[in-house]
Design a binder for this molecule. Sequence first.
Ligand code: ADP
Length: 482
Amino acid sequence: MKTLLGGLRSRILLLVLCVGLIPVSISGFIFFHFYERLGTAPDVVSITSEAQLLSNQIVTSGYLQDPSVESLNTQFSALSNIYTGRVIVCDASLKVIKDSYNIYEGRTFVWENAIRSLRGETTTLLDRDSHCIIVTVPILAGDSSEPHGVLLFTKSTEYLEQNSHFFMNLIFYLILVGAIISAITALLASERLTRPLRNLSQSLAQVQEEESPRILSISGTREVADITEKFNTILMRMKGIDDSRQEFVSNVSHELKTPLTSMKVLADSINSMGGDAPLELYQEFMADITTEIDRETKIINDLLSLVRMDRSGSSLNISSVNINELVEMILKRLRPIAEKQQIQLVLESFRPITAEIDEVKISLAISNLIENGIKYNSPQGFVHVSLNSDHRYCYIRVEDSGLGIPEEDIGRIFERFFRVDKSHSRKIGGTGLGLAITKNAIDMHHGQIQVHSVLGEGSCFDIRLPLNYIEDEREEKTNYKP
Ligand code: ADP
């Protein structure tokens, strides 16, 4: 978690820094890219218009033939001063007629831009080495499109460079200030944004150390509150599982101990008589011990069935089974027990049903229900089993005219070791595991079981099983009301 938070923090830091610095740097770059062009544009416009005015005068005054025209020479030297630069006048053969620096006069000025101007173009060049802009303009007169020569102006750009130094410094300081502000913001933001996570991490660490974990208080950002809430739900579920596991273990120990205690009491009583006990008493005690052993065996068998179901999870041994035949077999096996207790067993089958089930597990589930119907019944009562189906499901109903279940206990009868009347249930051989096994088996088939019972009148258990076994549980999560 520490490294995670460290990572998150540095990422937020980096992000805020980038968001703060990138726009300033990009604007600085764009500014410098366009600054020189924008800065020289007005000069180029004024030089060009000046040159156009002059070129007319040059042609009309015959300056190209005789460069001693005073008024023009004065203008050239004035312009040269104003521009802190140079004025060069060339004729049509690019021979320099006038150079305000008096260097090139009489020479032929062969330069690419001058040649282009001789063809009618106005050219501009920013010469960074000489710190000036050079503008060449064709000398035109009236409507004539044929240049008579070329006028060249240079203008110093030192004022631009001074300004650009100033702006460069300004932008540097802006970036620096931006970086400092971004760094402070980034630090504060990363600290603030990761604080709820750090708090959650601390609470989790406390939970880890505590033996009985407590619910975390829900605070922080919406996302953190959401995680905390989900964590609390998982925590409660785990606590529930742990509680029921502990309860199960203590129930198992208790249930297994009870028959052993009875056996020990019986054996001790016989022993204490030191061989003087009458034979009938021996026989009676031995019969009681056998009953307790049977009971212990039944509890262990039921427990094994449950554990096997829990462990095997979805590994069912699925095959196509004739449900009518299966129920008939179960009834055949249980009929002697029912007759012994004068309970009438009735099967009502509405149609032949074949379903994809684990025969052993479903058989155990149905047997448990019918056995309960017999066990918790009174003489002359009945257990009525009915079978039906539609295109998707098979419906099995086990109805009895027995004791019924109190309303407040109906919600608990599928719990392991739960018995409505412990002493009565124990007397008739109940372990409290039968319905838990039944429910497990039905759940594994993604089926549903419902119970309806009226105390003193009887109970009715309804099972719905999919005809075709489907591995994905979600497909069968529809509400079932028999
Ligand atoms: P047991 O082995 O004790 O029968 P079960 O899990 O099968 O355990 O049943 C749990 C309890 O539910 C029983 O102890 C009994 O009190 C009650 N019960 C189950 N089925 C019936 C029924 N058909 N009629 C009345 N009570 C029932």
